[in-house]
Design a binder for this molecule. Structure first.
Ligand code: SAM
Length: 211
């Protein structure tokens, strides 16, 4: 199935089994919703879901929730799920700006931000998914010592993100400007954008932070 127009995509999403319905109602009750005691990790801006699907295959004892703003992108992930079903992967179509309406403090173990849009203009700083405004939202849902793992090939966005994290009181557990030639590469799962950028010869930056 190929759904390119958003109207068709929205209808497809509404009835898809991998989409969590009425997700706001589960705020504070996610453990009851899943009912198996497994921790919850999320990827924000997961695009077509390649990274999340591989993570879900590798770690069946974790529930992964992929969050994506655009229906037209999300349907691509759902189409892939039809080919290879997994029961520990779930999706939410939403703008991450509203994430604290969906999870209570402590409900999320880890957050992945992969190749987030850079929003290079100064006036759009607050839209960057690693701005202090977004970091504060993440802190309101993460468990104590819960981590954010951020990868990008955009050096400007990366330096901004490191500064924002420090300014907002986060601890930087590790960072590298060249993940693929570093000691942190082991266990790395490549995202769709990462594959593209690595093929172009770009260095990949990664940081891991906790509050
Ligand atoms: N993470 C994927 C990867 O590494 O291959 C996709 C990266 S793509 C550059 C960024 C994705 O984040 C897009 O699919 C975009 O729609 C999504 N996105 C951007 N801002 C968002 C927001 N505020 N909430 C949810 N998703 C968002």
């Amino acid at each position: 199935m190929r759904l390119r127009n958003v109207k068709g995509a929205r209808e497809y999403i509404a009835q898809n089994e991998y989409i969590i319905k009425n997700a706001e109602e589960h705020k504070g009750n996610w453990q009851d919703y899943f009912g198996d005691g497994k921790p919850i990790q999320i990827e924000i801006g997961m695009g077509k879901g390649k990274f999340l699907m591989e993570m879900a295959r590798l770690h069946p004892d974790i529930h992964y929730i992929g969050i994506e703003k655009f229906s037209s992108v999300l349907v691509r992930a759902l189409e892939k799920m039809e080919m290879e079903p997994l029961d520990n992967i779930h999706f939410l179509r939403m703008d991450a700006e509203y994430i604290s309406q969906y999870f209570e403090k402590g409900e999320v173990e880890q957050i992945y931000l992969n190749f987030s849009d850079p929003w290079p203009k100064e006036k759009h700083t607050k839209r960057r998914l690693t701005s202090r405004q977004f970091l504060s939202r993440y802190n309101s849902i993460l468990q104590d010592y819960g981590k954010i793992i951020f990868k990008t090939d955009n050096r400007g966005l990366f330096d901004f993100s490191l500064e924002e994290a420090k300014e907002a009181g986060w601890t930087v557990d590790l960072y590298t400007y060249d993940l693929h030639h570093s000691e942190y590469l082991e266990g790395n799962v490549m995202t769709e954008y990462e594959e593209k950028f690595v093929a172009q010869g770009n260095s990949i930056c990664e940081m891991v932070i906790h509050h």
